[in-house]
Design a protein around this ligand. Structure first.
Ligand code: C2O
Ligand code: CU
Length: 464
């Protein structure tokens, strides 16, 4: 195993993180009973072609588990605890994507916590400040670990949310399977240097084109998370009316009809669907990106009509995300570029063996002197404007941990979504996003096309 020069540097932040974590647990009162999430290897039937050996999933407790990681339910403002038990044969961690929680709970090995080695466990405890749809996944050897199944949806409930007649949670992802359902190479280098390598089997909740029953004439909240390592979806619904109510966990100010909406890896979409009136009628959620639309999931009306109306649903309450002070905000340029190939540094969390991408000209990890420096040190409580420029002909879903930001402007869009943790930058897009650095710690920023993340398009901010 290679030793990291930057270990000493990082030990400092790990020690600080530990102290901070204790503070959080104390503030939240008695720690709740942890949900035990056991990362494990199993066999699962994903395609009709055969059982796929060696998928990876999370199960609750000790019992072996052979399907999708559970949907985790938390409550806004209430402490939540999970104990990750590692029964894989490699190190892992859990990152709680989109949750603005303490740095020590963020799940990034070397930066916020130690590796969780096989047979070990790690106790996570935090209080989600925002309600909405989020997700969880490892932050170690992610092309393999997420690619083989480790990605689950988080629902943070707000007890004040309006009443829906049903809720359906959809986890969208692909699998790289060959004949007989066997895993094939997780990526092709020439695709990693472009838009990323696509899976061969598309699933929703680990099923192909599943059908869900929902009350006829009812209002159904559908929570959609794009957890695939590569695919950008263009989501639309046919056969029923639907309003967009939240994007990336955050409520839209005024719900608007779902037309065609792009959803990149890591992003979430909450819609309310008004189900067709008669039993047996269907609505089809589809992907319209590319020339051949295909079905993500089908909703089938059952029972006598509830006769609800989309207008029955009031907008969801906004999450408590601070408004940046644009008059004092410092501007920070962030340039996304391709990079010359460097010799990739071996990593305990897996290296793809290439660098193709860079943030501000620095590929991660690459030929940079250790320790790796942050993009910038942000002052706790200050406002910042990130001027993000995509200098590539590919889209990049850029995700920032621990802090949510608002998109102020862009040369490619007129609709400005609510605050987010993940912006899907279009080819050649330049956007300004604003944030308040109100969460101390080291926060990673990276592309969520995992091949891009793992071949250089990663960096971090330090908030002190
Ligand atoms: Cu969803 Cu750094 O990850
Ligand atoms: Cu990318």
């Amino acid at each position: 195993m290679p030793m990291f020069n930057r270990r000493t540097f990082l030990q400092g932040s790990a020690a600080l993180g530990g102290a901070f974590a204790l503070g959080v647990a104390a503030r939240a009162g008695a720690s709740p009973d942890p949900q035990v999430l056991t990362a494990q290897i199993a066999d699962a039937r994903i395609t009709a072609g055969g059982v796929t050996p060696k998928i990876m999933t999370y199960g609750l407790g000790d019992a072996p588990h052979t399907s999708m990681p559970p949907v985790l339910r938390m409550r806004k403002g209430e402490a939540y605890a999970a104990r990750l038990v590692n029964r894989l044969d490699e190190p892992t961690t859990i990152h709680w994507h989109g949750l603005r929680i303490a740095n020590a709970m963020d799940g990034v090995p070397e930066i916020t916590q130690p590796y969780v080695y096989p047979g070990d466990s790690f106790h996570y405890v935090f209080t989600p400040p925002d309600a909405g749809t989020f997700w969880y996944h490892p932050h170690c050897n992610t092309l393999t670990q997420i690619g083989r199944g480790l990605a689950g949806v988080i629902v943070v409930e707000n007890p004040d949310d309006p009443a829906f007649d049903a809720e359906i949670v959809l986890n969208l992802r692909d699998w790289r399977l060959g004949s007989g359902g066997i895993f094939i190479d997780p990526f092709k280098p020439r695709d990693a240097a472009r838009g990323g390598t696509y899976g061969t089997v598309r699933t929703t909740n680990w099923q192909q084109e599943p059908v869900f029953d929902a009350p006829a004439g009812g209002l159904v909240r559908v929570r959609i998370a794009a957890t695939d390592v590569t695919r950008i979806y263009t989501v639309a619904l046919e056969g029923a009316a639907a309003n967009v109510i939240a994007l990336d966990g955050n409520p839209v100010g005024v719900p608007f009809p779902l037309d065609r909406l792009a959803l990149g890896p890591g992003q979430r979409l909450d819609i309310v669907v008004q189900m067709p009136e008669s039993e047996g009628q269907i609505a089809t959620l589809g992907n319209y990106r590319g020339s051949h639309p295909w079905t993500i999931a089908t909703l089938r009306a059952v029972g006598a009509s509830l006769k609800r109306d989309l207008r029955d649903i009031a907008p969801l309450a906004a999450n408590p995300i601070a408004e940046a002070d644009l008059s004092t905000a410092k501007r920070i340029p962030i340039e996304l570029t391709a990079t010359a190939e460097h010799k990739a540094t071996p990593s305990i969390c897996g290296s793809l063996g290439y660098t193709f991408w860079a943030i501000n000209k620095v590929p991660w990890p690459g030929d940079t002197p250790d320790p790796i420096a942050p993009i910038e040190e942000l002052k706790l409580g200050e406002s910042y404007i990130l001027q993000i420029s995509n200098r590539t002909p590919h889209a990049h879903p850029i995700h920032l941990h621990g802090l949510s930001f608002r998109i102020l402007n862009s040369n490619k869009r007129t609709f400005l979504p609510p605050p987010t943790d993940t912006i899907l930058l279009l080819p050649d897009e330049q956007a300004e996003v604003a944030l308040v650095a109100d969460n101390p710690g080291d926060w990673v920023i990276h592309c969520h096309i995992i091949e891009h993340q793992k071949t250089g398009m990663t960096s971090y901010f330090k908030v002190v």
